[in-house]
Design a protein around this ligand. Structure first.
Ligand SMILES: O=C(O)c1cc(=O)[nH]c(=O)n1[C@@H]1O[C@H](COP(=O)(O)O)[C@@H](O)[C@H]1O
Length: 286
């Protein structure tokens, strides 16, 4: 069974929810801020409590490494502790590291994020440098059941600057979709999806449906729900046709307690409530 088979199964069993741990200090409740701990330790505790409160609702967790890198070594310790905690609970963890470089450098990224202190199950990759930004990961997909989410059509407003340019009658992001399907052929799982998935933002639902038709063997990571404006209705048609995606929300979930004015140990109940509301908002259409 490939990691994408596992993710597909989890998304059906628990709901297609990816809880995004884009944790920064400003999201922490007061009771944690006032602890006599390092920032990284506070963040680790926040994440652990959220994982405990949402593990039955989340198909996967995505940990955004930028939030941890920003705090230096202490932050990277928190990143490591968070991914280990979730993986030790049997959860699938996506390292949102968006790497992309020449293959000799890619080899090192692969080693760094698919083994050792920062080991995750799936990592995000930027393949706009071409296949040799992706091929260093192939041995890990083949031999260690790892997976990739390759950026295809991103959710940010400026995505159109390059990804929507036309080359002949195709957009650049459509060409990337063909590449992702081609690269994934050697890593097909029993669910019909390859271990090389794609990132497609929820911000352009009409484009997404065409991408889904074009890429039937691709499993999708879909950011853009909540804080970036995406809704359950926006992903409804896609998921009705195939359960080929998990939807990420980060700020929309991990600030649930702040919207309710909760600054104490009960904060994770509000994050759970926000996660449940997201799940219901998506599943109501299916
Ligand atoms: O690769 C990603 O996850 C990603 C791709 C993309 O196109 N847009 C996007 O927002 N993301 C990430 O998804 C998360 C979105 O966070 P929220 O907007 O707070 O839900 C962040 O970690 C982004 O870096």
């Amino acid at each position: 069974m490939t990691i994408m088979d596992r993710l597909y199964k989890e998304s059906i069993a628990k709901g297609p929810i990816c809880v995004g741990l884009d944790t920064t200090l400003k999201f922490l409740p007061q009771y944690l801020i006032s602890k006599d701990w390092s920032d990284g330790e506070k963040i680790t505790e926040f994440n652990k409590k959220i994982i405990d409160a949402t593990e039955d609702l989340a198909a996967t967790y995505k940990v955004q490494i930028a939030c941890y890198e920003a705090l230096g070594l202490d932050g990277l310790s928190a990143y490591s502790a968070t991914v280990k905690y979730a993986r030790n609970k049997g959860k699938i963890v996506i390292g949102d590291v968006k790497r992309g470089d020449i293959s000799s450098t890619g080899d090192q990224y692969a080693k760094g994020h698919f083994s050792g202190d920062f080991e995750v199950d799936i990592m995000t990759v930027n393949a706009y440098m071409g296949e040799d930004a992706v091929s260093p990961y192939y041995p890990y997909l083949r031999d260690h059941s790892k997976g990739l989410f390759v950026l295809q059509r991103t959710s940010n407003p400026s995505a159109v600057d390059v990804q929507n340019l036309k080359v002949g009658d195709q957009s650049v992001y459509q060409i990337m979709g063909d590449n992702i399907e081609k690269w994934g052929k050697d890593f097909m799982g029993e669910s019909g999806f390859s271990a090389i998935g794609a990132v497609v933002g929820l911000t352009r639902p009409e484009e997404f449906e065409a991408i889904q038709d074009q890429c039937p063997h691709t499993f999708f990571l879909v950011p853009g729900y909540g804080a970036q404006g995406g809704t359950g209705e926006d992903i409804a048609e896609i998921l009705k046709r195939s359960r080929c995606a998990v939807v990420n929300s980060s700020r929309g979930l991990i600030t649930g307690h702040q919207k309710a004015g909760c600054e104490d140990e009960g904060f994770a109940d509000y994050v759970r409530k926000a996660t449940l509301a997201m799940k219901e908002d998506i599943l109501q259409w299916l």
